[in-house]
Design a protein around this ligand. Structure first.
Ligand code: ATP
Ligand code: MG
Length: 255
């Protein structure tokens, strides 16, 4: 995505270099590299099992790679997490929704930050309600989070990220399993977050929708096969080859 001449001066939000991840005997990612500049929105597309969620888990610090290097805002992942700079929305099926918390409490946990003295600070109830209003969930603030629909749960995560004021949002399938209306609402909220300068990585199957949200798209197939502007990547001949792990002759794929 960026030519080599100015790569060293870029303000990178995400730097993944030559990462490999395996789950026991399943090699999910190998030689995966992805650099995303601060303020960019990068879509991750690929077939089922191609490694999109694994890449997000590595960036979110949930999974430790077998090899390779991951840096966020030019710091180790642990440091970015400690500074609450990263908000991660896992794929719905990765989350246990049976914990007995109210919607407003889940959102409020986004504001917990460790101060220099190790104490936690909290946002006000008004802050929580304002975030819930932005994602159109104010009316269910006092409901158990486990009693929400799939689309509402996704919006809870986004409200939590808003409260957190995260610089980097990692969203795994934010549009999966939600109706058209919710999808439009979510897209509006994400555009709002993009417009205030946050960096976003969005893994999705709904590839038709991401072109309008994303500045760049990476195709994942056990590695990062191609990473470029949406108009370069989102062409049938490029996508079909890339999703099968094949590079396209004559193109530069590395960012
Ligand atoms: N917890 C796990 N334990 C074992 N294998 C896993 C685990 N999570 C993922 N895998 C395997 O790693 C590979 C990549 O999976 P991953 O979930 O990253 O793909 P994905 O692109 O997100 O797929 P989907 O589109 O279905 O969400 C697959 O072969 C998958 O079966
Ligand atoms: Mg996935």
């Amino acid at each position: 995505m960026t030519n080599k001449a100015n790569a060293s001066t870029m303000n990178w939000a995400v730097q993944v270099d030559d990462v490999a991840v395996s789950y026991r005997d399943v090699l999910a990612l190998e030689h995966a590299s992805l650099h995303v500049a601060a303020g960019q929105v990068c879509g991750l597309v690929g077939m089922n099992g191609s490694g999109k969620s694994t890449l997000l888990r590595v960036i979110a610090g949930v999974v430790t790679p077998n090899s390779g290097d991951v840096r966020l805002f030019d710091s180790p992942v642990s440091e970015a997490l400690r500074a609450a700079r990263v908000a991660y929305m896992p794929q719905t099926e990765d989350v246990d929704w049976n914990f007995p918390l109210l919607v407003k409490d889940v959102v409020a946990t986004g504001s917990y930050r460790r101060s220099r003295w190790g104490r936690l600070s909290r946002c006000t109830d008004q802050d929580v309600m304002a975030a819930l209003e932005r994602v159109n969930l104010a009316d269910v603030a006092s409901r158990q989070v486990g009693a929400l629909s799939g689309g509402q749960r996704k919006r809870v995560f986004i409200a939590r990220a808003l409260i957190q004021g995260a610089d980097l949002l990692l969203l795994d399938e934010p549009f999966a399993g939600v109706d058209q209306e919710t999808q439009h609402e979510l897209m509006d909220v994400l555009r709002g977050i993009r417009d205030v300068g946050a960096t976003m990585l969005v893994a999705t199957h709904a590839s038709s929708d991401i072109a309008e949200l994303c500045d760049e798209v990476a195709v994942i197939s056990g590695t990062v096969v191609i990473h470029d502007r949406p108009d370069v990547v989102m062409r049938p001949e490029v996508l079909v080859n890339a999703m099968h792990g094949m590079t396209v002759a004559g193109k530069e794929h590395a960012p």
